[in-house]
Design a protein around this ligand. Structure first.
Ligand code: SF4
Length: 381
């Protein structure tokens, strides 16, 4: 098995099938402007920090950027030009902000190959600086627009992996972990990871590696679907079937017609459900007013049951999860998805406990059960 990397592990977690298509079947993703842009900036910063003092001039850094600009993936000349000059502004600001404290780093674009729980793992670290004689600072540049806070850096597992790599292969202990937001020139730093977070990452690496070894590659739909391989995905492949393939179908189902019929019935089902909701509400109100748990029509009997179940307070949950970028993960509010989030590894125990506290809210559920009305034997209900 080829070594894992932070990005391949993230891809597996996002969608195991996408991992297989990209890392095992070697299908190529389409070039993306933000990736080309990020690489162009990273390359220029690598150039800047490859000097022993004196550092290169700003002009030299910008010249390097121009000459090594990656122009893949941009939709048109205007888009590329926009990114190109935005990148120049970022580099200028970076140079002005950092040049006074310029010192040669321990390494730039440091390639590591380590083992985590016996699993080969590889990667590149943007920059490693020395904090003091024995301690290192790991710096990872981020070129995306969204700024992050300390809690994001504390949970960032890429940095956890880099800490393991530096301690394992550079021989320095890590004193500081930094994500550097390039567009705003904001470094956000935290201390070294505690053993609990390291264990969590190790467990994740082991689990992903075992799943890969067991050939588990189910397609997992998510908010970034479709990816670059829709023609290989069971959720999208139908759109790419060629006419001959469709004709060869053994079932001979006229799928287009079947889909439309089914959808029409679904629509009717929705309409019926809406009507039923209104009628149910009337029955509930009537039962409430009269203090009844069962009401009799000419041919049917409706029994009203009341139960309680735990749920989450939607407003408070949103307030808690939105700043952490997790609200979208629930797509829209849903108790089941919230429980799924609680069972996942995506959030730490502190946040899980905070979410669980919001589960105290009780929801009262009233349900109606309909039976045919039998002859007047009251025991039959
Ligand atoms: S389109 Fe299919 S293969 Fe691609 S990420 Fe989505 S579910 Fe996975």
């Amino acid at each position: 098995m080829r070594p894992l990397s932070y990005s391949s592990i993230s891809t597996y977690i996002e969608c195991p099938l996408k991992y297989k298509l990209k890392y095992i079947d070697d299908l190529k993703e389409k070039p993306k402007p933000y990736l080309s842009f990020g690489s162009s900036l990273h390359d220029a910063l690598q150039f800047m920090y490859s000097f022993r003092p004196p550092p290169p001039s700003l002009d030299a850094v910008l010249k390097y950027y121009e000459e090594n600009w990656i122009s893949e993936g941009y939709a048109n000349y205007e888009e590329e030009e926009g990114y190109f000059s935005y990148g120049k502004d970022i580099l200028r600001a970076f140079y002005i902000t950092n040049i006074k404290k310029f010192k040669p780093p321990v390494a730039v674009e440091y390639k590591f190959d380590i083992e985590i729980e016996g699993v080969p793992v590889t990667g590149f670290i943007d920059r490693i600086d020395k904090v003091d004689e024995n301690k290192a600072e790991i710096i990872d540049y981020k070129s995306g627009k969204n700024i992050f806070d300390k809690s994001h850096v504390e949970e960032n597992e890429q940095l956890t992996m880099y800490q393991l790599a530096v301690e394992d292969s550079v021989g320095l202990s890590v004193g500081k972990l930094t994500l550097y937001h390039l567009p705003s020139q904001t470094p956000v730093s935290v201390g070294a990871r505690d053993p609990k977070k390291i264990e969590k990452l190790k467990k994740k690496v082991k689990e992903v590696s075992e799943n890969i070894a067991n050939g588990e590659f189910p397609a997992k739909k998510g908010r970034f679907c479709p990816c670059d391989f829709p023609e290989h995905c069971p959720y999208y492949r139908h759109l790419y079937l060629k006419e001959e393939e469709v004709k060869k179908e053994v079932t001979k189902v006229n799928i287009q017609k079947t889909i439309e019929e089914y959808s029409e019935l679904k629509e009717k089902e929705r309409e019926l459900k809406d009507k039923m909701k209104v009628l149910a509400e009337k029955i509930h109100v009537y039962c409430e007013e009269k203090g009844l748990a069962r009401v009799f029509g000419d041919e049917h009997v409706v029994t009203r049951t009341t139960s309680e179940r735990k749920g989450f307070d939607e407003d408070k949950l949103k307030e808690l999860l939105e700043p952490k970028g997790l609200w979208e993960r629930l797509l829209c509010y849903d108790d089941a998805l919230t429980k799924e989030l609680l069972d996942s590894d995506e959030i730490d125990d502190t946040l899980k406990n905070e979410i669980r506290k919001l589960e105290e809210v009780k929801k009262t559920i009233h349900q109606l059960r309909v039976r045919e009305r039998k002859e007047e034997n009251v025991n039959s209900y």
